[in-house]
Design a protein around this ligand. Structure first.
Ligand SMILES: NC(=O)c1ccc[n+]([C@@H]2O[C@H](COP(=O)([O-])OP(=O)(O)OC[C@H]3O[C@@H](n4cnc5c(N)ncnc54)[C@H](OP(=O)(O)O)[C@@H]3O)[C@@H](O)[C@H]2O)c1
Length: 275
């Protein structure tokens, strides 16, 4: 297995302009490679997010639950990038459903921004009624201009369909646990049928990066197996948000545009599901 491969000498290939994106209902473009921030706290969070922005990430994923929105906001300021150059997602805990406006305001304050690009329900509220009420609030906040697009995380199709039926508004995104072992064509088709963009989380930590299928493909492209897994998401048009606290990995995880996988390679990785 190649350790950490950085493909581009001059970074041009990985220029933020070249990162593929999904178009959301607002017309906004969500970069298919984002930076995950779960478990990054305090100084480490600020440093890692700043490194990610300097490396070229233009999509950040945080959540109220991660306790790092202020550090993400600080890194955004320190980067010198303008707000509209970076796609910012945060999430509300279902336990906060009854006080959504104050939670949204607190997230906006902590992130030091006037709007969110994407606000997700972190996981489904226990009761369907509560889920619908929260979704209606989110629609209202979006219509006020506080959020560009709204979505969910960890939702099943029945839960998505319930929101769509109650309000006529389908979530723009479902952020779900996704990696080669979880590949399921029906899951992708079901989201596509509903017009819901799939965003995958925990792409690396539950993947055996020493797997011989991944190692063989990595060797053929002179990249790492982690890069193969991340590139596999892009081949399926799935947004991927790897987290790392290490500058070399932060850079390598974005360095996915100098190679592509063949159909056969994608199929072999798909075939790891259930193994
Ligand atoms: N919606 C949800 O319910 C939900 C749940 C989980 C996660 N998420 C989001 O998804 C993001 C990503 O998921 P995750 O943080 O759970 O897991 P992940 O990104 O799959 O894996 C992170 C782990 O992999 C290591 N790593 C990073 N790059 C690597 C590389 N190139 N080679 C080998 N190891 C590497 C990291 O260690 P180092 O830091 O030491 O590099 C860290 O231990 C989260 O940060 C969060 O933003 C959402």
């Amino acid at each position: 297995m190649c350790p950490i491969a950085v493909l581009s000498d001059n970074g041009a290939m990985n220029s933020p302009d070249n990162i593929p994106a999904a178009t959301l209902p607002s017309g906004a473009r969500m970069p298919l490679i984002g930076f995950g921030t779960w478990k990054l706290r305090g100084h480490e969070a600020r440093t890692a997010v700043l490194a990610a922005l300097k490396t070229g990430y233009r999509h950040l994923d945080t959540a109220t639950m991660y306790g790092n929105e202020a550090e993400v906001g600080q890194a955004l300021r320190d980067s010198g990038l303008s707000r509209d150059q970076v796609f910012v997602t945060t999430k509300i805990r279902p336990a906060d459903a009854g006080r959504a406006r104050s939670v949204l305001n607190a997230s906006l304050r902590a992130l030091d921004t006037e709007y969110l690009d994407l606000w997700l329900v972190h996981w489904p509220p226990w009761r369907a009624g509560q889920s619908r009420r929260l979704w209606k609030d989110m629609i209202a906040f979006r219509d006020e201009g506080l959020i560009r697009d709204i979505g969910v995380s960890n939702y099943k199709f029945a839960e998505i369909d319930d929101l769509a039926k109650a309000t006529g508004q389908t979530p723009a995104v479902n952020q779900i646990h996704w990696n080669p072992a979880r590949y399921d064509a029906a899951t992708l088709a079901g989201h596509a049928d509903r017009g819901v963009a799939v965003e995958g989380y925990s792409p690396l930590k539950d993947t055996p990066l020493g797997d011989p299928v991944l190692s063989g493909i990595a060797e053929a492209h002179d990249v790492s197996t982690a890069q193969v897994v991340l590139r596999w998401h892009l081949e399926h048009d799935i947004t991927v948000i790897p987290k790392s606290s290490q500058p070399e990995r932060i850079a390598a995880n974005l360095d996915l545009l100098g190679f592509s996988l063949t159909k056969d390679e994608v199929a072999r990785i798909d075939g790891l599901a259930g193994h």
